[in-house]
Write a protein of this length. Structure first.
Length: 359
């Protein structure tokens, strides 16, 4: 039991009782007894009811009693009353195990905390049964809403159980227009920014090594390349667009075909492809950026920042995707149903591009 001693003198004097060691949670009634008020008054103070007529002196006594006893409101009880909790769910198919895409979680978590919410995370690795159970569990906890994310930008089917919640798609979108709010990277803008790095270096004959894998990124990054050339008054040349598997071997294998095009610069679909191209160019006795300038895409720090020379690239905005998803879910950002909201991909310029002075 908590020892209570009556204060002498001013009723507003600070409460000085020591917190007792105990195994059971402190109750609302105990706070009320220590503060000398009703449980209803304690509840009004805890819930910060704006119109409650409670003297500042009384609020202070209640606040001090809460701090002294270590009282914690029953979150589940509040959830039952309000119909919602201070949790936001995040269901992902592989974000947590993908180093650079894990920033989606980081961004969502930071933004959730900023608005008084905690994040519940389920990493399903594409297991549909696990996904269904995770969403069901989050619904049982009455989450404020659910972010549904994929580790790479793609169209996705919306699970039926997800439709029972307020949700936002992150790094993915529904192929059925007008069915779901979504936030995705602006691939075309990113492709244009990547090409503009090379244009600013004075390059005019620029190749693009695209992926062989169908994806929104494949189309968007090519469109951005074309947009940048058009804005610079350079005709598009389909012969300067190559395709390769989007990994190190793909970039290395594209080197011979690239060198037949007599280009001074190349923009690669991603950083892994650029890493392979580095090896291929060096095997052919060529120097980066003196002989050929190279730009990648993704800004995978473990690759781009540690190549020699460090790789100029464009960053996928994973952190901002997570944060924007939370803001959209909470109604703080515009969330049109007719099209996905696109987040800009910022350029990251490093030493793989130098000013080109050849005629």
């Amino acid at each position: 039991m908590i020892s209570q001693e009556k204060n002498s003198g001013n009723a507003a004097s600070p409460i000085v009782h020591a917190k007792a060691d105990r195994a059971n949670p402190v109750t609302l009634r105990e706070v009320a007894e220590l503060a000398g008020v009703s449980t209803a008054t304690v509840s009004l103070v805890i819930n910060k009811k704006k119109n409650a007529r409670i003297a500042d002196e009384t609020r202070q006594r209640v606040t001090e009693a809460i701090a002294q006893l270590g009282y914690r409101p029953n979150a589940m009880a509040k959830t039952l009353v309000s119909g919602t909790s201070k949790f936001i769910g995040l269901v992902a198919d592989g974000v947590a195990t993908t180093p650079f895409a894990g920033q989606i979680i980081h961004g969502a978590q930071d933004e959730a905390w900023k608005h008084g919410y905690a994040l519940l995370i389920a990493n399903t690795e594409g297991n549909q049964d696990l996904e269904k159970d995770a969403i069901a569990m989050m619904l049982e906890y009455k989450v404020r809403g659910i972010l549904y994310s994929t580790w790479f930008h793609r169209p996705t089917d919306i699970p039926e159980t997800l439709r029972e919640a307020d949700f936002v798609l992150v790094n993915c979108f529904s192929p059925e227009a007008g069915t779901a709010r979504a936030v995705v990277p602006d691939e075309a803008q990113g492709g244009q920014s990547a090409t503009e790095i090379l244009l600013r270096g004075g390059h005019r004959r620029i190749a693009f090594i695209n992926t062989t894998t169908p994806a929104p990124a494949r189309d968007g990054r090519l469109q951005g390349y074309r947009n940048a050339l058009e804005a610079a008054g350079i005709p598009f040349d389909a012969d300067l667009v190559l395709e390769a598997y989007p990994d190190q071997e793909g970039g290395f294998g594209a080197t011979d075909e690239l060198l037949k095009r007599n280009v001074s610069a190349v923009y690669c679909y991603n950083d892994r492809m650029a890493m392979g191209l580095y090896d291929g160019l060096r095997e052919n006795g060529l120097s980066i950026p003196d002989d050929i300038a190279v730009v990648g895409f993704d800004n995978q720090e473990v690759i781009a920042a540690h190549l020699r020379p460090p790789l100029s690239t464009v960053s996928l905005p994973h952190y901002e995707l997570g944060a924007a998803g939370v803001r959209m879910l909470l109604g703080l950002d515009a969330a049109p149903l007719e099209s996905a909201v696109k987040i800009a991909c910022p350029a990251v310029e490093r030493a793989s591009v130098a000013v080109h002075t050849a005629a």
